[in-house]
Design a binder for this molecule. Sequence first.
Ligand code: ADP
Ligand code: MG
Length: 290
Amino acid sequence: MIHSQAGVVDSSRHAPEPGRRPLPSVKMTVDHATKAYKTASGAVHALDDLSLEIGDGEFVCIVGPSGCGKSTLLWAMSGLHDLTRGSVSLDNVPVTGPRSEIGMIFQDANLLPWRNLWQNIHFPFEIKRINPKPYAGRVRELIAEVGLTGFETKMPRELSGGMQQRASIVRCLSYDPAVILMDEPFGALDAFTRDEMNLLIQKIWMETGKTIIFVTHNVSEAIFLADRVVVLTPRPGRLAHIFPINLPRPRTIEMTFTPEFIARVIEIKTTIETGRFAGAEPPAPAVAPG
Ligand SMILES: Nc1ncnc2c1ncn2[C@@H]1O[C@H](COP(=O)(O)OP(=O)(O)O)[C@@H](O)[C@H]1O
Ligand SMILES: [Mg+2]
């Protein structure tokens, strides 16, 4: 169990309530977000009037065709990039620049090659000028949680891709942000390592109660992880549909092979391809007797 700076988080908060979905308070709001990049050949309209509310402790996955504005949305939510119109807020406070309550994890682990794993994990403390001492126990717990104990003095080149990404997860969680934004974090990993990482992220989320917004182009991964899957239209990204995922937790890799899971994959893939949700399948016609 990972200890939050605020104390141990009760993992039962994510226990499924049969037939009832608890309504969390809103943690982040995206309000009429529009982004047009200025380029030499004219404006690129990346996002269009997208509004979204993310609940406290919710796991939201964002999927959509390549180039539809997923990264643009995530960077705007991080406060690192601005919007052309619209706004993002965290706990009802507008996000206008980087915030220590928001952590980000990318496809590339971005470890500094000349620093060992321990030193890389401590890099944000130096940047943010935070004293790492009170966090030392937490960092050690996180390193153990992701299976990197004993590798603290290894250099990034001595670690596999999966291990590097585990280190970047520890680096992000080390200073205990309330919200974690992840942009295709496992996109460069092999399928087996990706499954392992998905199980790891699920476990961390269930133990810490973090709010996670996770961009992926892998629909199975999105369904496996999410409370809700948000589908964007082709560029400019608009809201195509939001799919609630009510599968019980903890989810297992075996669940991804069930007919129920595969039906969701097809439904969401169809929505991505057509840019709109066609609605629930009509009930199959009754077979006439005889
Ligand atoms: N800095 C930029 N300048 C100009 N165009 C950009 C920039 N960043 C992204 N784009 C364009 O905006 C669109 C959306 O990009 P992006 O948000 O990266 O999409 P996604 O993450 O869904 O693949 C794409 O057409 C991309 O080429
Ligand atoms: Mg992207």
